[in-house]
Ligand binder design. Structure first.
Ligand SMILES: Nc1ncnc2c1ncn2[C@@H]1O[C@H](COP(=O)(O)OP(=O)(O)O)[C@@H](O)[C@H]1O
Ligand SMILES: O=c1ccn([C@@H]2O[C@H](COP(=O)(O)OP(=O)(O)O)[C@@H](O)[C@H]2O)c(=O)[nH]1
Length: 231
């Protein structure tokens, strides 16, 4: 039985401003070691848009005052695709398939790594990760972003926000709201949340750059992060 891990990387981990080559090198070593431990280990790596998505969406909004959300989303999608193409090239020996741009499309999982990017407007790559988790029967999505934990509110805006070790889907839904806006900064997007809750998925949110912590998560030990949904 394959052991498939769905790694939902925020683009801020791959391209916080410029491409973080040092981190990608470290991650290559980390994941290669895990893949080499057991031939059943496989990873679906979903990549967000990071700084290029935000910068280009912002440029569009600056130029066009009544900007269109659909257009803004397509700009973001293209940023996810360039980031994903880079990660696919880095893992080329493990990843014979093209970058997945429609998470409902892959008929099979060839090789050991599958890399996915944005699909179509209306959500973030979090949703694409949930669709792939359903398709390949993975019961957990690892949401690896620029925050170590989910808080009761956005910690960048509310100094009283408290970190959470666990939050149910019902409580998380109240925090994330129902509405999608292109480039929205939330740990897990509202559209992905709705589907993940329906599937009773577990999401583990943790700092993407802390690979020692990610190892602990893989090993099933104590870790720093937030479990959302199924305990
Ligand atoms: N309840 C919350 N808990 C933690 N972070 C939150 C929360 N609400 C909003 N945020 C914001 O979401 C950001 C993470 O989302 P995002 O920047 O899209 O990350 P990534 O690009 O890594 O996916 C955090 O930096 C934080 O400012
Ligand atoms: O299937 C997708 C994936 C992404 N996006 C757009 O691309 C942006 C960047 O993707 P994501 O939010 O996943 O990147 P991150 O913020 O995590 O870097 C999103 O805000 C959306 O505007 C989209 O419309 N559909």
């Amino acid at each position: 039985m394959p052991n498939i891990k769905v790694l939902d990387f925020g683009g801020s981990i791959v391209a916080p401003d410029e491409v973080d080559t040092a981190f990608i090198k470290e991650f290559k070593v980390f994941l290669t070691k895990w893949l080499d431990e057991d031939k059943d280990n496989k990873a679906i790596i979903v990549i967000g848009g990071g700084a290029p998505a935000r910068k280009y969406q912002q440029a569009y909004r600056e130029i066009i005052s009544d900007s269109d959300d659909n257009e803004a989303d397509w700009i973001g999608i293209m940023a996810t695709r360039i980031n994903a193409q880079l990660i696919k090239a880095v893992f080329s020996e493990y990843c014979p398939q093209d970058v997945v741009t429609d998470p409902t499309a892959p008929e099979s999982f060839e090789g050991r790594v599958m890399v996915a990017a944005g699909w179509k407007p209306g959500w973030s790559t979090d949703y694409d990760a949930v669709v792939l988790a359903e398709k390949f029967s993975a019961d957990t999505v690892y949401n690896l972003s620029n925050i170590a934990k989910v808080y009761t509110d956005d910690p960048k805006k509310n100094p009283d926000a408290k970190p959470l070790d666990y939050v149910s889907w019902d409580d998380y839904k109240k925090m994330a709201g129902d509405e999608w806006t292109p480039g929205k900064n939330v740990p897990f997007d509202p559209v992905a949340t709705k589907k993940a809750a329906e599937l009773n998925l577990q999401v583990i949110a943790a700092a993407g750059k802390d690979l020692d912590n990610l190892q602990k998560i893989f090993d099933g030990g104590d870790f720093i992060g937030t479990v959302i949904g199924r305990k």
